[in-house]
Design a protein around this ligand. Structure first.
Ligand SMILES: Cc1ncc(COP(=O)(O)O)c(C=O)c1O
Length: 396
């Protein structure tokens, strides 16, 4: 039997396969150079152009680009007037930013468990968590799979709640034929380095609500009535501060990268989907492995490929399996360590791991595989070979 590298055998690969390197081409490099040479490098025409292109792409009436999704989530709560005494429902199966911003707004994060098959917030669990203080729900389009927006909208209407979509993973994804971020709800995208569209760091908020978009822009730049670019124009030096804003704007350097990335987004999503298809085709042969579920009527963004392995079928646990993959020179990751198990949340709210049984059980058995458009056929084959080798060796 082929011995795993962690047991002293040879590695499947000689060179380490990274988890999610950015897809940067000469077009991005040239676009950045152009901005650097233009003598205008912070928010200016490129940010505006990027906002217009994103509006066209998503179908939203208004887009505001920012320095991160975190800023977009925070400002969305702020502009919605959320604060002390309010409760915001979200899932613990997310990155810290989603719940941290709720705390920064002064409100209380109230966790609702996920559906074990999709890792998406459970509408049923939301219903259980609604109180007179609930003001908003933040669903996460986990891995690029849109949450059940229609059901969530029905719940929101019934209880007069705002929906703020955490679409950090979901640029390019669709729900019932419409792009995520089409403006019907507030949606917040991330363009962080590992995301499907990157500006190194960055984010965008999409909405059909003009007043909300104007507030978003205002709050993202100190509450100034004019940005620096507008001030530069003849006689443009006067401005007012109408609210105590923040410094959350994107720069033209980032926007220039984003404009090029957007051109390849659909093509790259297809490449991700093809790789995900190869993975699923391979893994479905194992009865102790659950491949990601894709619900009818959606287009998956395929930001992540999360696999659930029942490790009780193997003589190795999840954490050592990840180490063993690493020794084969294959990277992997875990999405997510549930927030309710993080020390701050645990201590502040007194959570126990199984308070959210679906989130915790999924976490214990989850492994995310490398998934990016630059992967070659050999890379995918190496991953499958490494899995085959480890599964064969460790199968009970
Ligand atoms: C689900 C989710 N929400 C929010 C964020 C925050 O995004 P950003 O880094 O752009 O602030 C992330 C980042 O990874 C995320 O995964």
């Amino acid at each position: 039997m082929n011995k795993p590298a962690i047991e002293g055998g040879n590695s499947v690969r000689d060179v380490f396969l990274p988890f999610s390197p950015p897809d940067i081409h000469d077009e991005e490099i040239n676009a950045v150079t152009e901005v650097l040479k233009s003598k205008w490098i912070t928010r200016g025409k490129k940010c505006e152009e990027f906002e217009n292109l994103l509006a066209e792409y998503t179908g939203a009436d208004y887009v505001v680009v920012l320095n991160s999704a975190t800023a977009g989530l925070f400002l969305s709560l702020k502009i919605a007037g959320i604060g002390d005494g309010d409760e915001i429902i979200t899932t613990p199966y997310t990155f810290a930013a989603t719940a941290n911003v709720i705390l920064h707004s002064g409100a209380k994060p109230v966790f609702a468990d996920i559906e074990a098959d999709t890792f998406l917030i459970s509408p049923q669990e939301i219903r259980k968590k609604i109180s007179p203080n609930t003001r908003a729900v933040i669903p996460i389009h986990f891995a690029g799979h849109p949450a059940e927006i229609d059901t969530l909208t029905d719940i929101a209407k019934l209880h007069n709640l705002i929906i703020i979509e955490d679409a950090a993973h979901a640029i390019g994804a669709e729900y019932k034929g419409k792009k995520v971020g089409n403006g019907q709800q507030i949606a917040v995208f991330s363009f962080h380095a590992v995301k499907n569209l990157t500006t190194a760091e960055g984010g965008a908020v999409t909405t059909n609500d003009r007043n909300f978009a104007e507030q978003m822009k205002l709050y993202s730049l100190h509450g100034q009535t004019k940005d620096a670019f507008a001030k530069l124009l003849a006689g443009g030096w006067k401005y007012d501060i109408t609210v105590p804003g923040y410094k959350f704007n994107m720069t033209d350097i980032q926007a220039a990268i984003g404009i090029q990335q957007l051109k390849r987004l659909d093509e790259n999503r297809k490449k991700r989907e093809e790789i995900a298809g190869q993975y699923s085709h391979f893994f479905k042969q194992f009865d102790f492995i659950k491949i990601p579920e894709v619900k009818k009527g959606i287009t998956h963004g395929w930001h992540l490929y999360p696999l659930i392995i029942d490790f009780s079928s193997l003589r190795i646990d999840r954490d050592r399996f990840i180490l063993a993959l690493g020794k084969e020179n294959i990277s992997s990751n875990v999405h997510f360590i549930p927030l309710h198990t993080m020390s701050y949340y645990r201590k502040t709210f007194g959570f126990k791991p199984y308070d959210f049984p679906a989130a915790y059980s999924v976490f214990l058995n989850e492994i995310s595989l490398p998934l990016y458009p630059g992967m070659r056929a050999k890379d995918v084959n190496d991953i499958l070979e490494a899995f085959s080798k480890l599964i064969t060796y460790y199968k009970k």
